[in-house]
Design a protein around this ligand. Structure first.
Ligand code: GLU
Length: 299
């Protein structure tokens, strides 16, 4: 019997579905279906300021119009604060978190730049700070000094010295918002996700997520980081770079383009979305993914 496979697509509802998100959705979907696996959908709306009203419904409508079929109910991160707080409390009991009152400006003045912004210099780490009743702190993970090593199915061995490259990262911000890193780890574990297939723009986050999984006693999923669609200036397509929304009423050209972008070779006689899906689910070849493009953005 093959090992169970539970994959997921986890868009942030900060804009409409565009070609870049279609590529990530398609890669994770085809990989799940090729393994006879489940494919779950999760709306990552943990960070209220990033959420655009109506975007979540529009994304679901778009995926449906393109012919994606997800398993089970769609999960959302909003309203899951109790689960994230419980994880934070467990880390606290283990002595792995501490409160931090440093402002962005104070950090920027002294921090080195790491893989994903300034590396927190650890100012509050040893202060034994246990709470200022007048002011909420940010809660940071005390990251271990060891290197994190994992195997990406496309990129091979990826290693990261988190203490050097990220420093103690934030799990809950001073405004009470849980961060993506904590929420995604708790959700992947609670949804029993075994395989994560997502854009290589998230590669720098994976070692931090693995450290959190280890601290919380969760299993680490198998990772595959896909090539990311860049615009002419070399930036990831996003609402900010004005990626054109997809045409819901004519999915075939975008589906074919997304499959080609992922290194697949759609049969020339595919004439409808139904024919596309029939072909695509039977012919997914992750070994054809263009590796150089995935590496470029990952650094
Ligand atoms: N919500 C993230 C994004 O849209 C994806 C998170 C993930 O796949 O882990 O970039």
């Amino acid at each position: 019997m093959p090992a169970p496979y539970r994959g997921r697509f986890a868009p942030t509802p900060s804009g409409l579905l565009h070609f870049g998100s279609l590529v990530a959705a398609l890669g994770s979907y085809l990989d799940a279906r090729a393994h006879d696996g489940a494919w779950l959908l999760r709306i990552e709306d943990v960070d209220p300021p990033r959420v655009v009203a109506g975007a979540s419904d529009a994304i679901l409508r778009g995926l449906d119009a393109f012919g994606f079929e997800w398993d089970g109910p769609v999960e959302s991160q909003s309203g899951r604060g109790a689960a994230y707080q419980a994880a934070l409390d467990r880390l606290d009991v283990l002595g792995l978190v501490y409160g931090c009152h440093c402002s962005r400006k104070e950090i920027a003045e002294v921090a080195r730049r790491g893989v994903d912004g300034p590396v927190y210099p650890g100012t509050c780490r040893e202060l034994g700070w246990r709470g200022d009743p007048r002011r909420e702190p940010a809660w940071r993970l005390r990251v271990p000094e060891t290197r994190v090593d994992f195997r990406d199915r496309l990129l091979g061995r990826v290693a990261c010295d988190i203490a050097r490259e990220c420093g103690d990262f934030v799990l809950k911000r001073a405004d009470g918002v849980f961060t993506y890193q904590l929420a995604v780890v708790v959700d992947d574990a609670e949804q029993g996700i075994t395989h994560v297939v997502r854009g290589a723009d998230l590669l720098a986050s994976t070692p931090r997520q693995i450290v959190l999984q280890r601290a919380l006693g969760y299993p680490t999923p198998v990772y595959l980081h896909l090539p990311v669609v860049l615009d002419a200036a070399g930036d990831k397509l996003s609402k900010q770079t004005l990626a054109a929304p997809l045409e819901d009423n004519d999915p075939l050209p975008a589906l074919l383009a997304a499959a080609r972008f992922l290194g697949q070779a759609p049969a020339p006689d595919i004439g409808s979305p139904a024919e596309f899906w029939d072909w695509a689910k039977r012919n997914w070849r992750p070994e054809w993914l263009p590796m150089l493009r995935a590496k470029k953005l990952a650094g």
